[in-house]
Design a protein around this ligand. Structure first.
Ligand SMILES: *Cc1c(COP(=O)(O)O)cnc(C)c1O
Length: 398
């Protein structure tokens, strides 16, 4: 049994580049931090970010907002979700997802996830039919895309409007098509722990002009929507400009300035994350007790975090593994924990949501571990982390 310790921080991201720092300094020197505070003829950092992200994502429109959670909330409203409507969503996700549904006065209907942490299509169909819900907020939790081709067919059959939560899948693809392109809208986060880092921030993409006009007015654009970089033509605002409320969820020029240079790094960073994921996964695969989720061929993944299950540990055993690897410097999260901790919580802790029976999800979460893989880790770091986990879980044989 090894005793080597890992020294490194699971929450340490890479520093921003000099290009981002220079862009930030220029905005600070200008004093014009509000997105609509522009010189005559100037497009501004936020509009340019919208244009560049839409081009990268391959969407017609993009709206920059204050957070990923706000992108989801605005999407739900702009899609027509009303108070007391039912919104289907993954039972395994992060708290801002049920939070956004709650914020618009709607009620989440939680859908089971399978052993590979993907949406359970049988449960989706059953709950769509019995509840009559017309919306699916599909959360690609921890980057695991469900079969998007089958999902699109199923959603059409069930007459569901799909909004994708892409907080963990910026840059991920299904059959070569970027996540966020399969439904009415894609919602992205640029919060520090996601794939671009502006502290807080969000991006909303869509090809639907009416939807995007409504979301734009909701975001707090006043009558400045003409100054957006990748928004619909003015005629689409004829009604929304009077009918949509101002929810003040804009992005500012400073964050946009530091995000623009990060778009060009995204594809390279996806490859860097995947090398780190592969290094940990290769070690974990040597243990006959550790089960890694299947990554389908059609999926172009982004390995910015890794999940695995240990089926035979029991509750005490899971606690002990987290503790033992922790003593060796490895920060594991366990989703079976009864109490919400840090960023991690499970559906039973969301007491503002109607309590629901989710036996399959509960069985999966009871054995599910999760770990971030920041780009500040080297591949050697990742191999060491994998070995530490194997040693502490026990029985490395393969
Ligand atoms: C982070 C996250 C969000 C929301 O992003 P914020 O920018 O923090 O509001 C939504 N969904 C998932 C799955 C997330 O991890």
């Amino acid at each position: 049994m090894g005793t080597r310790k890992f020294i490194g921080s699971f929450t340490q991201q890479e520093p921003l580049t000099e290009a981002a720092i220079d862009a930030a300094a220029a905005i600070l020197r200008s004093g014009r931090l509000h997105r609509y505070n522009l010189m005559p003829g100037e497009l501004g950092e936020v509009a340019l970010l919208e244009r560049e992200f839409a081009a990268w994502q391959g969407s017609r429109y993009c709206l920059a907002v204050a957070s990923g959670g706000q992108a989801i909330q605005l999407s739900l409203r702009a899609a027509g979700v009303e108070p007391d409507d039912l919104v289907l969503t993954n039972a395994f996700t992060l708290a801002p997802v049920p939070g956004a549904i709650h914020a618009v006065g709607a009620r989440p209907v939680l859908v089971e996830v399978d052993e590979d942490i993907r949406l359970d299509f049988h449960d989706l169909a059953r709950k769509a039919e019995t509840s009559g819900a017309r919306f699916l907020l599909l959360s690609h939790m921890r980057g695991h895309l469900c079969d998007m081709g089958r999902l699109a067919v199923l959603a059409a059959q069930l007459e569901l409007t799909v909004i994708e939560d892409c907080a963990h899948t910026m840059g991920a693809t299904w059959n070569g098509i970027r996540s966020g392109s399969f439904g009415l809208a894609g919602c992205f986060s640029t919060q520090t722990y996601k794939h671009m880092n502006s502290g807080e921030g969000g991006l909303l993409t869509s090809d639907d002009p009416g939807f995007m006009a409504r979301a734009t007015i909701l975001s707090g654009s006043y009558m400045h929507y003409g100054r957006h970089g990748a928004g619909p033509n003015p005629e689409h605002f004829a009604e929304p400009r009077y009918e949509m409320a101002n929810m003040s969820a804009r992005m500012d020029a400073l964050r946009a300035a530091i995000l623009r240079p990060q778009i060009t790094l995204l594809d390279g960073n996806v490859a860097r994350w995947n090398r780190r994921y592969a290094a940990v996964a290769a070690e974990l695969a040597r243990s006959n007790r550790i089960v890694l989720p299947i990554r389908p061929k059609a999926e172009g993944m982004v390995g910015s975090s890794i999940q695995f299950r240990v089926l035979d540990l029991g509750e005490t055993g899971c606690h002990e593994v987290v503790e033992r690897v922790g003593l060796r410097g490895v920060e594991l999260k366990w989703f079976g924990c009864a109490e919400p901790e840090g960023f991690t919580s499970a559906h039973r802790s969301w007491r503002y949501v109607d309590p629901q029976q989710l036996p399959r999800t509960d069985r999966v979460l009871a054995t599910l571990f999760d770990m971030r893989l920041p780009l500040t880790f080297s591949q050697e770091d990742c191999s060491l982390i994998g070995r530490i986990i194997c040693e502490e879980v026990g029985e490395v044989r393969r």
